[in-house]
Design a protein around this ligand. Structure first.
Ligand code: ADP
Length: 468
């Protein structure tokens, strides 16, 4: 079976969040079976594209309303990613130094139309079109409704929702950008009197998946306006937990780490990484180091962090390190704490892949007080690296972390409040002081298997169920 993943992000080419990690890993695992899996994504102007070479395999133009854009489909030369990678190169629209911005409607519409036009020309068509998030949400609609793609409508289309908060809404005045279709079916695009690509995908895709079973349940009552749609389409919806790429996230080979380690040498390996972090960020090595990595947005509970950290740090019995960027107000508040708790608190405001790996390897605990967490990859990376997660029980966090009080291996709380975050942090300090128990849990979490093997099998079953 040939699977084509269509996505705005793919690690290591372009990463904003977990979407990239999933699209950069799942195809690799699918290629370990008898299936063949490839990815197509936009060709951005970034470090990866500047430092690799590509070949054009197809050249044509698309019409976006009245405007014609030339484009190439490129492949990556000397590809060692473990899956074939194609790019849509539309110089005038997609070759930007950002992945997302305010002009996304035109950029991603052009991307989707170019992908569909190209698929139309392929002699050997994919057996599955696997779309990811709203940036590819119009493909299920176009495959089903656009006259131009009529010959493609027997190919099963799957949509995976990585985050239902973002839906790609745009106004009906851009309707003419979508290839012509039967106007009687315009309602398929509509949700709340706007064109809603994610809603259209939920209506038109053959199956809808999301990235954890609990998030799928939650979506039926909380999906940023799409809950009733998801509830009514629940018979074709399924939650499949994300895995992690255990080749990239491997403590023995991770080139970003200060010192590599395995379970046997856990203590010395993690010590070296923690020492580096504490030197670099002027933190007290002897205290438990609690880290936060992620987008500084409401979804991640980041707005509560300044107050929670302010309270938790009063006794100076811990160290805290933040790595993230997002809302300016939260960034400012988090920066302010630096002067107040010198030697116990620091923040790196920005995106830094290398630093994130060292934090997973060197922090003692990773805090995830999320309001919404479709799956969450950070907790799985932290488990694999021996860092104990502190999480709110929500979405994928609920599916992957159980509390030490229930013979589990993490610290969990239920509500998005400063008090519960501070209480969880105090439990972490108590656990850190119980050296025997702390070591036992670190050993235990490094053995948990969160690789893609099991989840890739679930996707395989799903593909086969609709592609007889
Ligand atoms: P989301 O996709 O909602 O942001 P996920 O938990 O699914 O959250 O994935 C987040 C990914 O992005 C992880 O790989 C995490 O390590 C990475 N990440 C987030 N913020 C940063 C940052 N500031 N620097 C480095 N990596 C980051």
């Amino acid at each position: 079976m040939n699977i084509l993943h269509i996505s705005a992000e793919c690690y290591p080419v372009a990463k904003v969040g977990g979407l990239a990690d999933v699209v950069g890993a799942l195809p690799k695992y699918q290629n370990n079976t008898e299936d063949s899996s490839a990815v197509i994504m936009p060709f951005y102007n970034n470090k990866f594209t500047q430092t690799h070479s590509f070949s054009s395999i197809y050249n044509a133009s698309i019409n976006l309303g009245q405007t014609i854009y030339d484009y190439d489909v490129l492949t990556l030369n000397n590809n060692t990613l473990g899956f074939e990678l194609f790019f849509v190169d539309i110089k005038e629209l997609l070759f930007t130094d950002y992945v997302y911005s305010s002009d996304d409607t035109d950029r991603f519409l052009a991307f989707q139309v170019a992908v569909m036009d190209w698929v139309l020309t392929l002699k050997s068509k994919p057996n599955i079109l696997h779309c990811h998030d709203h940036h590819t949400g119009l493909i299920p609609f176009m495959a089903q409704e656009s006259f131009k793609y009529k010959t493609l409508n027997a190919i099963p289309v799957i949509t995976t929702i990585h985050n239902a908060q973002y839906q790609g809404w745009f106004k009906f005045d851009k309707l003419n950008l979508i290839p012509e279709f039967n106007g009687n079916n315009i309602g398929l695009l509509d949700w709340g009197n706007t064109i809603n690509p994610l809603a259209a995908a939920i209506k038109c895709a053959w199956r809808v998946t999301t990235v954890s079973p609990t998030y799928m349940e939650e979506l039926q009552s909380r999906a940023n306006g799409l809950e009733s749609l998801l509830a009514s389409e629940s018979s074709k919806c399924i939650g499949i937990l994300n895995g992690i790429d255990t080749e990239v996230w491997n403590t023995e080979t991770d080139e970003f780490l200060i010192k590599n380690y395995n379970k046997k040498a856990l203590a010395s390996g993690r010590k070296a990484n923690k020492e580096w972090l504490c030197d670099e960020f002027n933190l007290d090595f002897n205290k438990p180091l609690i880290a936060f990595i992620g987008r500084l947005v409401g979804e991640k509970g980041a707005d509560l962090l300044p107050e929670a950290f302010n309270l938790a740090l009063q006794k100076n019995d811990l160290s805290i390190l933040v790595l993230g960027s997002g809302f300016q107000e939260t960034e400012k508040e988090l920066n302010k704490l630096k002067d107040k708790f010198i030697g116990h608190y620091n923040a790196y405001i920005g995106y830094n892949e290398k630093l994130s790996h060292i934090v997973y390897a060197g922090a003692d605990f990773l805090l995830m007080p999320s309001r919404v967490e479709p799956c969450g990859l950070n907790q799985m990376y932290s488990l694999r690296y021996g860092t104990i997660p502190i999480v709110r029980r929500i979405g994928g966090l609920k599916d992957t972390v159980s509390d030490i009080g229930d013979e589990g291996f993490g610290i969990c709380h239920n509500n998005v409040t400063v008090e519960e975050i501070v209480y969880s942090i105090s439990r972490a300090i108590t656990l850190f002081d119980d050296k025997k128990e702390f070591e036992k849990i670190r050993q235990k979490i490094m053995s948990i298997d969160h690789s893609w093997n099991a989840s890739a099998l679930e996707y395989k079953k799903l593909y086969h169920s609709i592609n007889q």
